[in-house]
Structure formats: structure tokens, C-alpha cells
Write a new protein. Structure first.
Length: 316
């Protein structure tokens, strides 16, 4: 098993007549285990609440990850992702249960009970701007975790909010399924029978993925339809995240000689092209050339680019 050791920030420097906090970090070490797991740091004091008889303010971080040991793929929420499994900073006055919860994505005290803490609520005039400083602390901790996973030669999936798309882009980025299998892109000029189901990109948006350098991947069978739609909209989805690609990700990876016509290709990890079933959580968009995209008998490698768009949870 891989062991991760890193220091996570718990609090910012903050000083006024109500609170005296010091910039504090916590060094944590944990083994990455197969499946879904939540990790909590031990609560430690990060400063004093001056208005509350100099009571210690305690702080701890928690985060959830999922690890697929077979494929060495780890998934974690990103700093802007809104969910219960996002990285969370919990603060409370020592000796109380007045918990306040902060995530990086938004300012909130996330339980009904916490809204009525009589002594600890940092969203008040007593502690101006402390909510944003806590949010920034969570974002820093979240990014530190992502960076630590990347150093371990893992494929790292980061949950992010879906992109903002124009109505035209939303119409173009439609997926088709037949009998629970991904069947390609929707083409408004074609007629589809009742056995086909159409889904929006928003229903399968996962976030971002980072491959290892030269990691192998292959085509998703059934993902080729209208080349004009694929080369324009799916490639645009990738370029809006990472900038305009200038080469095929798998540039001239044997035995294919790349051409300059790039598409946003649907790919999976490994060396074998295959169709992806309902509920698949392992499909990515990478910029590849037509020569690679149209050949399911070869596999590719992440040579020019390691970052891709992660699609997930087909049809579920």
C-alpha cells in the first residue's frame, strides 16, 4: 500500500479584539486503501477566542477519497466542488459541541444545529473576513492533497462543477446509449429508434483527470459518429479546460503516424478498446488525431498531455 505524508493547513493568521488565531498546519500520514475512505486529522488548538474567556479554538480537517487499487485510480473532490464528501474544516470552542463547518466551495455552516451555536459562528461582524480566510485554507489543503496524490504516480480524478455551456454547445454535447451501452454522439440529422436514449453532458460530467506521463489508454468503441460534431464540440470541451491543443496527445505513438486533424476522443485506461456499459465511471476526453480516433486496434499513450476531462456514471 502507498503511504501519504503531508502537512495540511488548518487556520490562517487572524488577529482582532474577538479572535487571535495563528497560521497552523497539521502533518498527517495515512495509507491509501482500496475503496472509499474518510480521513480525519486530530483536533488541535489554532488560537484563542478572546471574547469567550480566551477559550481555545479547536480545528480539524476531514476528506474522503475513493481508490481503485487494480487500476491505481484515486478520486477526490476539488476545491470548488459542492458535496458532503468535499474537504471540510471543522472548528469549535474547546469543551463544546458548537461545530462550524467550512468547505472551499462556499461559505456556510452546514448543519441546522450549527446555525444556532450561541458562542461560535464566524459569519458575524465580530470576525470580519474570517469566513473567506477559512475557505481559502480549505482550498489550500484540498490542493495539497491533490498534489500529494499526483506525486505517487496515480491516475487522479478530481470532481469539479460542470462547465457553463451555451445553449448551442449544450445541444451539441449529447450522448447516445443503446441497451445500456454508450453508442456515440447524438446527430440531429439522423433518425434514432426507441432503443436509443439521449443524455446531456451534464448528466455524466465528473471533472478533471491527470494521467501519468506515457500512461496507456485506448478508444471507447461506439464513440465515433459525426466527425464535425466530435472535432468541434468535444475538443472545445477539453480546450476550455486546458487551452487549445496543438498536437495529438499520443503524438506518433507506434504504429500510428499522426495527422493534424484533432478531435476530442472518448478514451479509457489500458491497451484494449471496448464499449463502456451503463454506470461506467472511467471514460475521459483527450485530444487525439483522427488516425488514432479511427483505429480501435491500437492503443495510445499520454505523451503530449496528461490532463483530460473525466466523464462518469453513464446512464445512472
Amino acid at each position: 500500500m502507498k503511504t501519504i505524508t503531508l502537512t495540511l493547513p488548518l487556520s490562517p493568521d487572524y488577529h482582532n479584539e474577538s479572535a487571535d488565531l495563528q497560521k497552523t498546519g497539521y502533518t498527517i500520514s495515512f495509507e491509501i486503501q482500496n475503496g472509499t475512505h474518510t480521513v480525519d486529522t486530530h483536533p488541535i488548538p489554532v488560537g484563542k477566542l478572546l471574547y469567550l474567556n480566551n477559550t481555545n479554538l479547536m480545528a480539524q480537517l476531514s476528506f474522503t477519497y475513493n481508490y481503485e487499487e487494480e487500476n491505481q485510480v484515486i478520486t477526490i473532490s476539488g476545491p470548488e466542488y459542492v458535496a458532503e464528501d468535499s474537504v471540510c474544516l471543522t472548528t469549535y470552542p474547546e469543551g463544546t459541541m458548537e461545530y462550524a463547518y467550512q468547505r472551499g466551495s462556499e461559505t456556510k455552516i452546514s448543519t441546522q444545529k450549527a446555525l444556532y451555536n450561541p458562542n461560535w459562528n464566524y459569519n458575524t461582524p465580530m470576525t470580519p473576513n474570517l469566513d473567506q480566510l477559512f475557505a481559502n485554507t480549505v482550498k489550500e489543503a484540498n490542493q495539497a492533497l491533490i498534489d500529494a496524490f499526483l506525486k505517487e504516480d496515480l491516475t487522479v480524478q478530481v470532481k469539479t462543477p460542470p462547465p457553463a455551456l451555451s445553449p448551442e454547445e449544450n445541444d451539441d454535447l449529447q450522448l447516445l446509449y443503446k441497451n445500456g451501452l454508450f453508442a456515440g454522439f447524438y446527430n440531429p440529422e439522423e433518425h434514432y429508434g426507441n432503443e436509443f436514449v439521449k443524455r446531456s453532458i451534464y448528466s455524466v460530467w465528473g471533472g478533471e483527470v491527470t494521467f501519468n506521463k506515457n500512461e496507456n489508454f485506448a478508444n471507447v468503441i461506439g464513440s465515433t459518429n459525426d466527425p464535425k460534431i466530435a472535432s468541434k464540440t468535444w475538443l472545445r470541451l477539453w480546450s476550455d479546460q486546458y487551452g487549445n491543443p496543438t498536437n495529438c496527445t499520443s503524438l506518433n505513438y507506434s504504429p500510428v503516424t499522426c495527422n493534424t486533424n484533432l478531435v476530442g476522443g472518448h478514451v479509457i485506461l489500458g491497451k484494449t478498446a471496448k464499449a463502456e456499459p451503463k454506470g461506467s465511471n472511467s471514460v475521459y476526453i483527450m485530444p487525439i488525431c483522427n488516425a488514432h480516433n479511427n483505429n480501435n486496434n491500437v492503443y495510445m499513450a499520454a505523451i503530449m498531455y496528461q490532463k483530460g476531462v473525466w466523464l462518469k456514471n453513464y446512464l445512472n
